[in-house]
Each structure stands twice: as structure tokens, then as C-alpha cells.
Design a protein around this ligand. Structure first.
Ligand SMILES: Nc1ncnc2c1ncn2[C@@H]1O[C@H](COP(=O)(O)OP(=O)(O)O)[C@@H](O)[C@H]1O
Ligand SMILES: [Mg+2]
Length: 245
């Protein structure tokens, strides 16, 4: 469903010079699979995910979403993607209900249907009490829930989430994990980055570990266990990074 081929992204920064944020990265995520992207701060996770979501152009390389080349047909690729990131646009003066209906219109979803889907998310994510409160007045966790409803509204085949549980309490995180499982059971492909090794270990079918933009280890956790002789993902992660620095 998602195929990433030799992705390279070089930023040119006046002060820092050339920064190779993503360095020849290739990986795949099939339908019905949950792929975790792990890396330290600055490893290139956000840059990679933003390229996949067609928000950023790679320096070279490309990716295919459902067979569609993101460089050749970004709009068609985008229809199939739900992208969640910390700064995903939420219009602060709207209420969650207004926002979701507005995005529904952008995706040609009838208002009635948008409302129906919103009610379902409200149930799953415990959002009912603030559906008609201005986004301005919501807490970080509540805003994150609104973002998630927005991201999933058009039933995308591919979910791309940049640290979806960052800053959330344990119940809110668990609700998101449940949504990720549900997306998997609906045969969607889910790619998400996280700092939480415990979460990745629990949720992911496969993992890629990146460091300075490069892929340093990939595959199922069981595969990584037999490669390293280590049981826990946090030790596997630390060891994998130590090997390359
Ligand atoms: N717009 C930008 N201009 C210059 N450098 C950037 C830009 N965006 C990201 N970077 C750099 O690219 C590298 C990877 O960043 P990022 O993808 O945000 O990492 P992560 O999400 O894994 O923390 C970092 O060194 C970061 O400073
Ligand atoms: Mg990031």
C-alpha cells in the first residue's frame, strides 16, 4: 500500500549549511499493517512522514501510495491519506463539529454523513462533552482528539501519524491505540512515529529505526530480537543506535 523508494531530503540552511534530513530511505507498509517509525530527536521522522503526506517535496527518490506516485499525482495520493501531526491545522474559532463538517465538505462528504462519523469518533475518543466548544478553549489532549477525527474523516486507506500520542494522558493514548487497531482491522495501512518504545512494542507489526536520516534496522520485533539477542525494544533501539555512532 505504501512503498518508499530511496527517499532523500536535503535542507539548505543558511547557518547550518546542508542538512541531510532523510538519507536514501526505502521501506514498505502493506494494507492491514502497522509500521512504527522510531528515531531520536532530529532523526528525520517528521520530514519522512511529511514527504509521504505530500506536504514536502523530496530532493530525490519517491513513494507510492496505493500504486500512485506521490510526485506525479500528489492530489490523487493525498485523497488516500490521513495525516496527523502536531501542527495539523485546527481553526481555533470553530467548534470541533464545525471543523469536521468543514473538512467533510472539502472531501465532498454530505453534512449528515460527516455528523454521523463525528458522533462515532466522539464515542470512541470520549469527545462528546466538547463537540460544540470553540477549539480555542480546548486542552492539548482534546485538540489532539479533534485532529484525529479530522484526519480519519474521509476513511483514508493510509494513516500517517506523527507522534499521535505525544503529550496525551494514558487513557487518551489508549483510545488512539484502539483507533490504530481498528484501522488495521479495516485493512488500512498505518504508519506512525513515536518516542514510546513500550507503545511501539505493543502495537507495531513492523518497525523501522532511523538515525540521521538513515535506516539502521527494520522488520518485526521478533526478527530484531533474534538479530540482537535482546528482548525489549528500548534495549534493541539503544543498541542499534550505539552500533552506528
Ligand atoms: N525546514 C527545515 N529547514 C532546515 N532543516 C530542517 C527543516 N526541517 C527539519 N530540518 C532538520 O532535519 C533534521 C530532521 O528533522 P525531523 O524530520 O523534524 O526529525 P524528527 O521528527 O525525527 O525529530 C533535523 O536536523 C532538523 O533540524
Ligand atoms: Mg518529529
Amino acid at each position: 500500500m505504501v512503498k518508499v523508494e530511496s527517499l532523500l531530503k536535503i535542507f539548505r540552511d543558511k547557518k547550518r549549511g546542508e542538512i541531510i534530513a532523510v538519507d536514501n530511505l526505502s521501506f514498505e507498509c502493506k494494507s492491514g499493517m502497522i509500521l512504527g517509525v522510531l528515531g531520536l530527536n532530529g532523526a528525520g521522522k517528521t520530514t519522512t512522514l511529511r514527504i509521504l503526506a505530500t506536504l514536502l517535496k523530496p530532493t530525490s527518490g519517491t513513494a507510492f501510495i496505493d500504486g500512485i506516485n506521490i510526485l506525479e499525482k500528489p492530489d490523487r495520493a493525498k485523497e488516500r491519506i490521513g495525516f496527523l501531526s502536531g501542527d495539523t491545522g485546527l481553526y481555533r474559532r470553530l467548534t470541533p463539529r464545525e471543523l469536521v463538517c468543514y473538512f467533510g465538505e472539502l472531501y465532498d462528504i454530505p453534512k449528515k454523513e460527516s455528523n454521523k462519523r463525528l458522533e462515532k469518533f466522539a464515542e470512541q475518543l470520549d469527545m462528546k462533552e466538547f463537540l460544540d466548544t470553540k477549539i480555542d478553549k480546548l486542552s492539548t489532549g482534546q485538540k489532539q482528539k479533534v485532529s484525529i477525527a479530522r484526519t480519519m474523516l474521509h476513511n483514508p486507506k493510509v494513516l500517517i501519524m506523527d507522534e499521535p500520542t505525544a503529550g496525551l494522558d494514558i487513557i487518551a493514548s489508549e483510545n488512539i491505540v484502539q483507533l490504530i487497531y481498528e484501522a488495521k482491522s479495516q485493512n488500512r495501512a498505518v504508519i506512525f512515529s513515536t518516542h514510546m518504545m513500550y507503545e511501539a512494542q505493543k502495537v507495531c507489526d513492523e518497525i523501522i529505526i532511523i538515525h540521521r536520516g538513515k535506516l539502521i534496522r527494520s522488520g518485526s520485533i521478533d526478527k530484531m530480537r533474534s538479530e540482537t539477542g535482546m528482548e525489549d525494544l528500548d534495549n534493541i533501539f539503544i543498541e542499534s543506535i550505539r552500533e552506528v555512532i
